[in-house]
Design a binder for this molecule. Structure first.
Ligand code: ATP
Ligand code: MG
Length: 372
């Protein structure tokens, strides 16, 4: 169903994205070792990743790095092992179908036990086995079985909270040394992902490594309307053209919001007005729960900056003037840093020296932010 609000797993539920899928298939066919998928929030990165890896019929694991970070506060090795093993077990029947014998593979790793009720990862495994060793074991197994393994880190920028583990170095090492593994990283905080990978820093491990970069863009107006039409027709719900137009005018081509709209209308049977209101309300809650974490270190100033931009104030100097009026003097350097951070996190974009909030629901959420 196109209007399923979870990330899509199967191609039949994924609208379009042929280009992005083919880029991934092509990279895998050529045995490329690093793929980077960028795109703003809710544009469909996780769905593309999941569908591509199912369609490619390769053994793989997808680690929800952001989920791990929010649950545990850092990305310890043990959590990664658990997450990868957990992914294998959850997709066991798929893997058996493509000839990847999960149990056989896991039995080769000391410290992992498969029992009736699930999988047990000995806490000592993490201290006993480095992540590079773990990857080497996967690579060896694939070499012997003539298979390619894909390890995907969804929202990889959170790997920077690796505690003592330098994941950027490990990814670079894998790209250099493990011929049977492709690493895919995705990131919606584009600036942070680039920072983490340090792809522009000559001294950093990943500098100069070949990588396939895929930028997932929002849908065009035509695609957005067509997506909604197909979704409604699938659920045998009729809808006025004027409502479709209004929805796309309001939410642009951000498929995550369009999916929510369709879900509210066709599954929950809300009216057009109620669906839009709900989306702004519920969507804002979602946005704020993430945003609050990010702005905490300098809450008052971040709030004022976001409110300014949400109201249409767009140049560096106008936003600064507004911030000074509301929160008192601030040095140019400090102010620039705050702005830069918001761009890095993807909450603001900067184009032709003008700042903007690219997502209408984020904009709405920022207007409701309480100063205190
Ligand atoms: N091409 C598509 N066709 C149909 N639905 C889609 C498509 N892409 C995304 N969706 C839907 O949009 C929502 C957001 O998708 P997804 O989680 O894949 O995006 P994301 O870019 O990974 O978002 P986030 O930044 O929140 O991680 C989900 O409800 C998903 O089902
Ligand atoms: Mg995602």
């Amino acid at each position: 169903m196109l209007f399923d609000i979870n990330p899509k797993e199967y191609k039949k539920d994924l609208y379009n994205r042929e280009y992005e899928l083919n880029e991934i298939f092509d990279a895998l066919k050529l045995n490329e070792r690093l793929i980077v998928i960028y795109g703003i929030r809710r544009v469909g990165k996780s769905s593309i990743l999941r569908v591509a890896l199912k369609e490619a019929k390769l053994p793989h694991a997808i680690v929800d790095v952001k989920g791990l970070y929010f649950e545990h506060g850092s990305i310890a090795r043990e959590m990664l092992y658990r997450s990868i093993v957990g992914f294998f077990l959850k997709n066991m029947s798929f893997f058996e179908k493509i000839g990847f014998k999960v149990k056989d593979f896991l039995s080769r790793i000391k410290g992992i036990h498969i029992t009736e009720i699930g999988v047990e990862v000995e806490p000592t495994l993490a201290t006993r086995m480095s992540f590079t060793e773990f990857l080497s074991k996967i690579d060896d197994w694939c070499g012997k079985h003539k298979k390619r393994f894909v390890l995907a880190f969804d929202e990889a920028q959170y790997l920077r909270f690796g505690g003592g583990v330098k994941y950027d170095g490990i990814i670079a090492w894998s790209v250099d040394n493990l011929p049977n593994i492709t690493i895919i990283v995705t990131g919606s905080e584009v600036g942070l992902l680039r920072d983490f990978l340090k792809v522009d820093n000559p001294k950093a491990p990943l500098f100069g490594r070949y990588r396939r970069e895929i930028l997932v863009k929002r849908f065009s107006r035509e695609q957005s309307i067509d997506f909604l039409k197909k979704g409604f027709s699938e659920l045998k719900t009729s809808i006025k053209n004027s409502e479709l137009e209004d929805t796309v005018n309001t939410f642009d081509g951000i498929v995550g919001w369009l999916t929510y709209y369709g879900y509210y209308r066709a599954v929950r049977k809300l009216s057009h007005g109620k669906a839009i209101n709900n989306l702004f309300e519920e969507g804002s809650k979602l946005v704020l729960s993430e945003l609050e974490k990010i702005i905490t270190p300098s809450r008052k100033r971040y709030t004022v900056i976001l409110k300014a931009v949400a109201q249409g104030i767009s140049t560096w100097s106008d936003i600064k003037a507004y911030t000074v009026i509301k929160t008192g003097p601030i040095s140019d350097k400090r102010f620039s840093n705050l702005l830069k951070n918001l761009v890095k996190y993807g909450y603001l974009t900067k184009e032709n020296n003008k700042y903007k909030i690219p997502d209408p629901v984020v904009k709405h959420a920022c207007l409701t932010l309480k100063q205190q």
